[in-house]
Design a protein around this ligand. Structure first.
Ligand code: MG
Length: 381
């Protein structure tokens, strides 16, 4: 006779409890520290917005900004605090208000759920968030920060990763006048790899200004700025001759057929950014792109970003790990995954002048992960 899962638990519950009680007694000798126990309740959830000021006005093919209002999330339980950050993006239909509304909607889930069921919580959160991935990322990040702190280990250790395997990160140069570009390149002296934003009508001028200052390896992000496959290929061939080794999202995200045409002819790898948010977006891009740019604000957190890494790898695709304009909190969360990627681009915290957190450091381009528990960040909002 078959037994339902419920019946099984009812019948065996008593036995299981007895067995675990025996294990608990016999496993605890006097010189062995007791396993820390946690209360059964959920989190106390708080959040608020904080303005981050950019060192330079930040221009990409789409828009210009001088500051960024990000939303910070705080999850507290049993005296342990997990922190997260959301950098909403208008490109993906997110605003400050929609971010607040999504966190508010997700609050009951976190007030009731168990943090150690973090995979399950993330699945339930996905249903609530409906495309509001920055809000989801903040909650997921805070959750994993809490879990790491509760276990007393850094998040990368929870994932089984070697932090010394993180590659060098790029430092981004936004679109500007040739004079300001030259100044920015000079200021970027400590970073051996630069990512140059192109995609408006002054690409040649910008590249000339950059090359007047440095012969460093460059990566280029056109942010969907080039509108035909012919223009795109012409630009990529010219960039490859100018020491560029990767190009990111050259044409609008929906131009997949054209992207496949360009990829077939391009001398350097072409990556998707705006065309990909979650793991389920990746298979349809495998023909059109050599790789993808994963960002935790797009994926909806570190757990989905990790799934994306495995999905991309299984399709033999290259991986860039990017970011939004964020504090060290969000950048450090992403950096925890960097030992698994080819091209980290984690510089959002380096572009702001009032970072409220301290976490991952960059030395000669190398990402140095903090060895503190959880995400390992110090600071508050
Ligand atoms: Mg990009």
């Amino acid at each position: 006779m078959s037994m339902s899962r419920k019946d099984f638990l009812r019948k065996t519950g008593k036995g299981l409890l007895a067995a675990s009680a025996v294990a608990a007694t016999s496993g605890c000798s006097e010189d062995k520290p007791a396993v820390r126990s946690f209360s059964s309740g959920g989190f106390k959830v708080d959040y608020k917005t904080k303005r981050l000021t950019l060192k330079h006005a930040w221009t990409i093919a789409r828009n210009t900004s001088t500051y960024k209002d990000n939303v910070f999330v705080r999850l507290e339980k049993d005296g342990i605090v997990g922190l997260g950050e959301a950098a909403h993006n208008v490109r993906y239909g997110e605003t400050l208000e929609s971010t607040f509304a999504t966190i508010e909607k997700a609050k009951p889930l976190f007030e009731q759920g168990s943090p150690f069921h973090f995979v399950d919580l993330s699945e339930q959160l996905q249903k609530i968030c409906e495309g509001q991935t920055a809000a989801k990322a903040a909650l997921d990040m805070a959750l994993m920060d809490w879990v790491g702190k509760a276990l007393g280990i850094p998040y990368y250790q929870l994932l089984g990763l070697d932090p010394r395997k993180a590659p060098q990160t790029t430092f981004s140069i936004g679109i500007d006048t040739p004079e300001v570009i030259r100044q920015k390149v000079k200021e970027a002296e400590p970073y051996p790899l630069l990512k140059i934003k192109l995609g408006k009508d002054n690409d040649e001028e910008i590249m000339q200004a950059v090359r007047a200052e440095t012969d460093k390896t460059l990566r280029v992000d056109a942010n969907e700025g080039w509108k035909t496959k012919e223009e795109c290929l012409r630009k990529i061939e010219w960039l490859a001759k100018n020491g560029v080794d990767v190009v990111e999202q050259p044409m609008p995200a929906d131009m997949l057929k054209e992207a496949a045409w360009v990829r077939e002819r391009s001398p350097i790898p072409v990556l998707a950014d705006e065309a990909v948010k979650r793991a389920s977006d990746i298979p349809k891009l495998a023909e059109a792109f050599d790789g993808i740019n994963i960002k935790i604000d797009k994926s909806g957190g570190v757990q989905e970003a990790l799934r994306m890494i495995w999905m991309a790898r299984s399709l033999d695709m290259k991986i860039m790990l990017g970011c939004m304009i964020s504090s060290s909190l969000s950048i450090t969360a992403a950096a925890q995954l960097s030992p698994l990627v080819d091209f980290p681009d984690l510089d959002g915290n380096l572009l702001i002048s009032d970072d409220p957190f301290q976490g991952v450091e960059v030395r000669d381009g190398w990402l140095i992960l903090p060895d503190r528990p959880g995400l390992g960040c110090i600071g508050e909002f």
